[in-house]
Design a protein around this ligand. Structure first.
Ligand code: ATP
Length: 286
């Protein structure tokens, strides 16, 4: 497992990502002169749980290779929106949605959308780390084994690449066959990030990924998010205003199922346009 990645590794999709280990750009385009490229586009997205409407006419363009933070008080619909981006809401029988959600040309609300492939393209990391009760190696290799036909040496390379990318390699490289459940909470969360990126997603959804972590692990994940945005589109749901302002490029503020404001993060935290946004980011409610 000490070999470096071979630049001409055989590939399907994902392995292109592996051989392209170098970031596409040194830093994302935070002050663009032109419009940003869109990764996920929604238009008039409305969502319900039974009769309860959780999202009202959400229209938003999530920019590619940027970090977008979703903020807002508890119950305002942040996770619901996030979960429509990879159809996690399919597991909730009462959940339904109307409107448009697109990942490039893929219609995410269509019944014909292959959700297994979608979840490879749009990965998710949850609030509480959820490693499989398997070895560290098998956790990361799980998705690639499902989606790709790789030789053992290629899989080894990919596991190493993913763990390095998730900034946890040095801590686990001598115990790859040990149980993932033996890692600390912060290490488990980085392992889950490695597992998510091992299948070459375009978008990484993070639903309060640091809320169960101590300050040092939180900082490690925030630094990681900052690094990963060079290659992935990241959306992070957070209640931590410092985290949103530190680690995101764009911030969307939601209230009562509605998108109230979506702007550059610096602007949202210094000169919000909306009074509700201002009150929320200043901690007056929520
Ligand atoms: N499975 C479900 N069944 C019924 N109602 C739900 C379900 N999941 C969420 N809701 C409701 O939808 C609304 C939006 O919930 P959601 O979890 O999206 O909010 P949130 O902004 O992510 O909240 P939090 O910050 O507390 O996680 C809430 O009123 C919630 O009670």
């Amino acid at each position: 497992m000490t070999r470096m990645l071979s630049p001409n590794t055989e590939s399907i999709g994902l392995m292109n990502e592996v051989s392209e280990a170098k970031p596409k750009a040194e830093s994302p385009q935070t002050n663009p002169s032109g419009p940003l490229e869109t990764a996920i586009h929604t238009e008039n997205l409305c969502a319900w749980y039974g009769d309860f409407q959780a999202l009202h006419s959400i229209s938003i363009d999530i920019p590619k290779n940027h970090v977008t933070a979703f903020i807002g008080p508890s119950g305002c619909g942040k996770s619901t929106l996030l979960r429509w981006f990879n159809r996690m809401n399919d597991t909730v029988i009462s959940a339904k949605a109307t409107g448009t959600v697109r990942l490039n040309d893929l219609d995410l609300l269509s019944k014909d959308t292959d959700t297994v492939d979608l979840r490879r393209r749009v990965g998710i990391v949850f609030q509480k780390a959820n490693p499989f009760p398997k070895s560290i190696y098998d956790n990361v290799a799980f998705g690639p084994r499902l989606h790709m036909k790789l030789r053992r040496s290629e899989l080894d390379d990919l596991v190493e690449w993913s763990l390095r990318k998730a900034a946890v390699w040095d801590e686990v490289k001598d115990r790859l066959n040990g149980s993932a459940l033996g890692l600390s909470g912060g290490q488990q969360q980085r392992l889950c990030i490695a597992r998510a990126i091992a299948v070459g997603p375009e978008v990484l959804l993070m639903d309060e990924p640091c809320s169960a972590l101590d300050p040092a692990s939180t900082l490690a994940i925030e630094n990681l998010i900052f690094e990963l945005r060079k290659q992935y589109t990241i959306i992070i749901v957070t209640h931590n205003m410092q985290q949103a302002s530190r680690s995101s490029d764009k911030t969307a503020f939601f209230f009562d199922g509605r998108l109230i404001e979506f702007e550059d993060t610096e602007r949202v935290f210094t000169m919000p346009k909306n009074k509700q946004t201002e009150d929320y980011v200043r901690g007056k409610f929520g």
